[in-house]
Design a protein around this ligand. Structure first.
Ligand code: SF4
Length: 163
């Protein structure tokens, strides 16, 4: 998988102390994006879910894994492998996506790996970044349109349930 970078002890990408992976490659092109260096699908560097898992589990104080971007669902299979390893180790999993929960459900019809990643996620922060809805008061998200979604409850009910 291609990544832009990792942060070992993040406190800004979800609750607690988190291992954050910024995936490389994003198709959304949101105006005002804070991570434009993550857009190029040929940029960043190549690694594997196994290597990232070893890095993630190297710190026993880590509470959770956050997959950010870039667009994690553009590399859903490798991200799912990493997320499943996090769950197996008792860590919680947050995933950021420019696609909405509803769009991801639609994608999952043709791409089973999208559903695999959704099933491994506890929380999805969804939707493109909208400059007009930006606020520094928002916790865990960049713009007001984005939602913090309880993924297990949303998958069992079939509609997005915000947490
Ligand atoms: S989805 Fe995220 S990384 Fe991609 S362009 Fe939008 S803000 Fe930037």
């Amino acid at each position: 998988m291609r990544v832009s970078g990792t942060v070992q002890d993040s406190i800004v990408d979800g609750p607690g102390l988190r291992f954050t992976v910024f995936t490389q490659g994003c198709p959304h092109g949101c105006e005002g994006c804070h991570n434009p260096q993550t857009h190029d699908f040929n940029g960043g560097s190549e690694t594997t879910a196994a290597a990232l898992t070893a890095q993630m589990l190297g710190n026993p104080l880590t509470d959770g894994l956050t997959l950010s971007g870039g667009e994690p669902f553009a590399q859903a299979e490798a991200c799912a492998e990493l997320a499943e390893a996090a769950k197996a180790a008792g860590l919680n999993v947050w995933v950021y996506s420019g696609w909405t929960f509803e769009e991801l459900l639609e994608k999952a019809g043709a791409e089973p790996e999208v559903m695999r990643l959704l099933r491994a996620a506890d929380v999805l922060v969804d939707g493109r970044f909208e400059l007009s809805g930006r606020s520094l008061d928002l916790k865990w998200r960049g713009s007001r349109n984005q939602r913090i979604i309880d993924v297990p409850r949303s998958l069992s009910s079939g509609v997005a349930v915000e947490s």
